[in-house]
Ligand binder design. Structure first.
Ligand SMILES: [Cu+2]
Length: 334
């Protein structure tokens, strides 16, 4: 989720882990060095999100520091479970659905020896997080938000060969360009839209995805129908939730709401206004807030769809409130 609002709230209300990228030391043979990798990547327009670390296998010498820089609109965290469980991103409770503080907030210190978890907290585009590796070993890490997004830091003794920034940059560029060319482009080109169901005039794919490659678009983006026609959106991704939201002149709702606690930092609740369906989709007159709610199947559940019948001529913009720039237009004419 490119939830700028959430992280903005986090920066105001919480100490979300933000560290300035350390200065890269001159590459003297035995001096500890700082190397930088990407957490997340994206197409130039940002509509294709690559939910992966680039590169995701890094070899360091003991004492070296690795910096992860957020290079995507989608937010991520970096978490070293150190043999323990990976925390869930969201936690449903009796009073709402909350972002897990173990994901949202930094965990551990600046040095890491693999004996306890370490985590960055939520990072937004341009932010970075660094960890200095003080012991040899193989240390797996992951993003708690995106299933399958992970990597390994391999820490070797000072006398063994380790990565250089030049080698990392070459691997990063090759990885990102390969993903965009061989996965994202075919996904986009092959998605010509969805067949409408019976009684429906147009079908629209709400996002398409192949593993780490997440295309955050509606296909087709612009659809023309007649008054009284219905349009169905079909959730086409593998795990990314989307919404179909007509704002009806209102500002886009915040994705996460800080809920003050009697002690400690506020809890971040997912806004019920975006989680739940709202408005009369079976006969929408083109005004007022109309929302699908989260389009994302329960495990093993059916593919979600959302159908709106349009009763009033007009040109209606809609968006996914979770993904910046994911927009579409429905033109309704007599
Ligand atoms: Cu979306």
């Amino acid at each position: 989720m490119g939830i700028q609002d959430l992280v903005r709230i986090g920066r105001i209300g919480l100490a979300v882990g933000v560290f300035a990228a350390p200065v890269v030391l001159p590459s003297a043979a035995s001096a500890a060095q700082t190397l930088t990798v990407s957490a997340g990547a994206e197409s130039p327009g940002g509509d294709v999100q690559l939910n992966e670390f680039a590169p995701n296998q890094i070899t360091l010498n003991v004492g070296d520091t690795l910096t992860w820089r957020l290079d995507s609109t989608e937010f991520h965290n970096i978490y070293f479970p150190s043999g323990g469980p990976a925390p869930e991103f969201v936690q449903p409770g009796p009073d709402g659905v909350f972002i897990n503080p173990a994901v949202a907030m930094p965990t551990g210190g600046e040095g890491f020896d693999g004996t306890a978890p370490a985590g960055s907290g939520l990072l937004n585009k341009g932010q970075s997080w660094s960890l200095t590796f003080t012991r040899e070993g193989q240390f797996p890490f992951l993003c708690d938000i995106h299933p399958g997004m992970g990597g390994v830091v391999n820490v070797v003794s000072a006398s063994q060969a380790a990565d250089t920034q030049t080698a990392i940059d070459l691997r990063r560029t090759a990885q990102i360009q390969t993903e965009l060319a061989t996965k994202a482009l075919p996904l986009i080109v092959s998605n010509v839209g969805e067949q409408p169901a019976e009684g429906v005039s147009a079908g629209i794919a709400a996002g398409v995805q192949a593993g780490a490659v997440d295309v955050q678009r509606f296909f087709p983006e612009r659809v023309s129908v007649k008054t009284g026609d219905a349009v169905t959106w079909i959730w086409k991704t593998e795990d990314t939730p989307h919404t179909v939201t007509f704002l009806g002149g209102q500002p886009a709702p915040e994705v996460a709401l800080p809920m003050p606690q009697t002690a400690g930092p506020p809890k971040l609740a997912l806004n019920p206004t975006i989680l739940a369906p709202a408005g009369n989709a079976s006969d929408w007159a083109g005004d007022g807030y109309l929302n699908s709610g989260f389009l994302q199947p329960a495990p093993g559940g059916q593919t979600p769809t959302y159908t709106v019948r349009f009763s009033t001529p007009g040109t209606y913009q809609y968006l996914c409130v979770l993904h910046e720039g994911m927009v579409g237009t429905i033109v309704v004419s007599n």
